[in-house]
Design a protein around this ligand. Sequence first.
Ligand code: HXC
Length: 508
Amino acid sequence: MDKITEELERKRKKAIEGGGEKRLAAQHAKGKLSARERIHVLADKDSFEEYDMFVEHRSKDFGMDKNIIPGDGVVTGHCKINGRSVFVFSQDFTVYGGSLSETHAEKICKILDQAIKLGCPIIGLNDSGGARIQEGVASLGGYAEVFQRNVLASGVIPQISVIMGPCAGGAVYSPAITDFIFMVKDSSYMFVTGPDVVKTVTHEDVSAEELGGSNSHTKKSGVVDLSFENDVLALEETRRLLDFLPLSNKDKPPIKKIIDPVSRKSGNLDTLIPDNSNIPYDMKELVLSIIDEEDFFEIQTDYAKNIIVGFGRIGGETIGIVANQPMVLAGCLDIDSSRKAARFIRFCDCFNIPIITFVDVPGFLPGTSQEHNGIIAHGAKLLYAYAEATVPKVTVITRKAYGGAYDVMASKHLRGDVNYAWPTAEIAVMGSKGAVEIIYRGSSEKEIIKKSKEYQKKFSNPFIAASRGYLDDLIRPNNTRYRIYRSLDLLKTKKLSNPAKKHGNIPL
Ligand code: HXC
């Protein structure tokens, strides 16, 4: 018995040592935490329970049979985050560069299967040189097993990926399927093909950072939701995000105790809209004013800034917020903002999170670039996402709601449950000048100005929409928080489902 205990301790020690002191020092020298240190930051104190510490790879080629490190380059298990159970895997770069072997993949698959079965979120801490080169196709098979489970888990449990080192080749596709991707600045990158292959194929000279660093992915590609200065911040924000989310699609998000009264008035909102409707204002002021304690978890802060999406709470309960931002592109909808908001709305709908929409949108962004790159299909994604969503939907039109964008932004016609407008709302087919120039084509400039004023007076207000019942009420800006709270309270019993189908065919 003593012998077995000794052997167990020896293996346990070896697993914890991972690739050894030298490699750990190299990891630290890059400003990176080790796989276990990361879990320590992520998990509630002493809550992590490790699985499969003694799993060993089965590879015999290239002398691999003489080089076995228990655990095989990934630490897996479950832990608590603010008291709720979550599964986690953390790749250990000190063991074969965190590369994914057949057994490494099996460990990840095991916790994915459990997470789906038990209805717990999964968080992946990625730091890997990709497929274990010594294993070849066994490793590729392992990746596909992980992808398959990521897809099955999608919409069932929240999946979060944190990229904390290399993530290259097909390996990027597991994070890509997950709901949220975070990156650590300067020490992580993601690309399908690295700089050397790019150079060979396209003759472009590009650094790893420029090709797939956090800057590129949070600002240009939009693949990554947020980036953070270091490992600790990325992990702390992962914990914070999780607090807004339910454990699964069968669960409700946790209710937070708050001291911010739901009837709190926001006097600042009465003067938020400038007198001149062409002057922008910061929609974030409205978002922060209506949520509890200004605690807003914004997603994709640096991408498609003409739309704001993120999580907040009212009365302690999670809401998803989608809001046009007049400060950027006048709040127009374009390809990137449509995709960004559509994906966020679908996440909320999967996970029972009510959607609050603030509308100030002059329309879809015109131009050949938008048309040729498919604004029709991409804009339709947003329309589709709103139309299929069955969670409570509350909409507030603050100013412009023009044209197709009026329809798209959670209008009554797309099953908006409660649709409000501020008195400053302008709901029309298009802006007055554009409309009059079409109706009175060929008229003098003076005549156009006169007619434009008439058109504006007639249509640039909320009354026509309200008279048709497209708006449920016109509300005072300072009372917006309370009105949304009351609507959400009412909508708690909402039951709505779409016609039975295998799945819809969103215009991807
Ligand atoms: C086995 C690997 C490995 C891999 C790294 N290592 N990648 N071992 N398989 N894929 C090992 C190294 O041999 C080294 O071992 C240790 O990890 C650290 O690697 P270094 O190169 O010293 O580190 P660094 O300079 O930081 O460079 C990291 C790296 C580089 C950029 C990730 O290692 C690299 O380019 N690796 C190969 C990446 C790759 O081509 N992977 C396959 C992609 S194809 P020692 O013993 O010296 O510490 C793929 C297909 C997936 O992933 C498809 C899924 C569908």
